[in-house]
Design a protein around this ligand. Structure first.
Ligand SMILES: Cc1cc2nc3c(=O)[nH]c(=O)nc-3n(C[C@H](O)[C@H](O)[C@H](O)COP(=O)(O)O)c2cc1C
Ligand code: SF4
Length: 431
């Protein structure tokens, strides 16, 4: 599949409005503004576009749920991108900002919103600067603000840089943060489609999701759907990181297999080592083993294999990785990033880190393995937001596949991965 979203990201001027206009920029918006809003929603529904932020929820359906009787309504673009192993949205924002602006405006037209907020990850200072400069040009030339393209449609785009918290990416925490409060999730229902930003109907959509809209409007829903397997259409951005020769962001159809992404696009495993484990959807999802990777990297196939495509952050670990250390490292991130609103997540994450550290440094006891399982199971499914499930995953998935490695640490009082191999980077402190 030829790149669609990232076609021009390597062009030196690819991010600029002039360049965008020379390459059919804002033509899809023009077409959408000539359609009744509901037809835009129906087109997106027919395309089968699924959200690229993690859950893979159908975008058209989400827009249909937005309460159209209440005003004002909002689009909140989730540009928080804090899931470990995920670095695709920032490429789109920095190298193709007008594609995102155009997607936001099409979304606003569809649901009848007059403002789109783009909530940018706190650390993306440079990205924000690029977007600010390009947004100013879009306003000056009539592609945002009042009477867009002479259509009579008024719509503002507001850039908002977050304060640097993983949890701010959860959609209701993002809304709280936009309102100037701590980024802690709300109890759902009501869902944002009914009572979101300032208690008004809101659609929260990921950057990559919105960037798909211009191509859907231009080429039609059937074209989009046919790019991938059934119900997994369109182009997809994959972030391949870890022990591969050429880590990076790769655009591909969801027909592409995980093996192809790792061994062809990302150049295979570095330094002649063997592949040990892959986390296919950002740090929050279960591990897949090398023999499980000959499957399409689609939402449905990865779920069928027992994991999730999530944010498509494919983290590759070779045989030099100590899985106890890897779980401890991830837990350091989760315990740091818990927003603290519910007890199992706030307290449990800290305990999981303590137990993992004890085993990792060689002081573990066999009964610690049951404790790890029990604490994890008392977090998963028992918290206000999906962070709890994510936090319980590293210990549960590493214990499931690599229990022998845990037992060896306890029996021998040390790490059993050869000393010259051991991955001992800095612990993944979040920010
Ligand atoms: C802890 C946590 C962090 C999240 N972080 C992000 C994020 O950085 N970006 C994102 O788009 N979605 C993130 N999500 C998912 C959002 O809650 C929401 O589902 C998504 O923005 C919806 O957009 P989509 O339908 O386009 O996928 C996160 C969810 C959780 C529970
Ligand atoms: S699960 Fe964790 S991050 Fe989510 S609301 Fe509860 S304490 Fe906050």
């Amino acid at each position: 599949m030829d790149p669609i979203l990232t076609k021009y990201v390597s062009e030196p001027n690819g991010y600029a409005l002039d360049f965008y206009l020379k390459h059919e920029g804002y033509q899809a918006l023009k077409k959408a503004l000539a359609m009744p809003p509901n037809d835009v929603i129906e087109t997106v529904k027919a395309s089968g576009l699924r959200g690229r932020g993690g859950a893979g929820f159908p975008t058209g359906l989400k827009w249909q749920f937005v309460d159209k009787k209440t005003e004002p309504r909002y689009i909140c673009c989730n540009a928080d991108e804090s899931e470990p192993g995920t670095f695709k949205d920032h490429v789109l924002m920095e190298r193709n900002p007008h594609l995102l602006f155009e997607g936001c405006l099409i979304g606003c037209w569809a649901i009848g919103a007059k403002v789109a907020y783009i909530y940018i990850r706190g650390e993306f200072y440079h990205v924000q600067k690029v977007m600010e400069a390009e947004l100013a040009k879009a306003y000056a030339q009539g592609y945002a603000g009042k009477n867009i393209l002479g259509s009579g449609f008024d719509c503002d785009i507001v850039l908002h840089r977050g304060a640097g918290a993983y949890e701010a990416g959860e959609e209701t925490a993002l809304i709280e943060s936009l309102e100037g409060k701590r980024a802690q999730p709300r109890i759902k229902p009501p869902f944002p489609a009914v009572a979101g930003l300032y208690q008004k109907p809101t659609a929260v959509n990921n950057v990559e999701t919105l960037c798909n809209l211009p191509a859907i409007i231009t080429n039609g829903p059937e074209w989009f759907a046919k790019l991938g397997p059934e119900k997994n259409g369109g182009p997809k951005l994959y972030c391949v990181s870890g022990h591969v020769r050429k880590p990076g962001v790769f655009e591909a159809s969801m027909n592409t297999t995980l093996n192809e992404l790792i061994f062809e696009r990302a150049g295979g495993i570095r330094d002649g080592h063997q592949l040990k484990a892959v986390i296919p959807g950002g740090s929050s999802v279960p591990i897949l083993l090398p023999h499980e990777l000959d499957i399409p990297a689609s939402f449905d196939s990865v779920q069928k294999a027992g994991s999730m495509l999530g944010s498509a952050g494919i983290i590759v670990m070779d045989e030099t990785t100590c899985m106890v250390w890897a779980a401890m490292n991830l837990m350091h991130f989760y315990k740091h990033e818990s927003c603290g609103k519910c007890t199992p997540c706030r307290e449990g994450g800290d305990w999981l880190f303590k137990i993992l550290s004890k085993i990792e440094r060689g002081d573990g006891e066999m009964r610690d393995l049951d404790l790890l399982t029990s604490v994890s199971n008392n977090i998963a499914g028992k918290t206000l937001c999906a962070f709890g499930d994510a936090e319980a995953t590293p210990p549960l998935t590493t214990l499931k596949h690599f229990r022998a490695e845990y037992e060896a640490h306890i029996r021998e009082g040390r790490c059993t991965v050869p000393a010259e191999w051991r991955s001992r980077g800095t612990l993944a402190a979040a920010h």
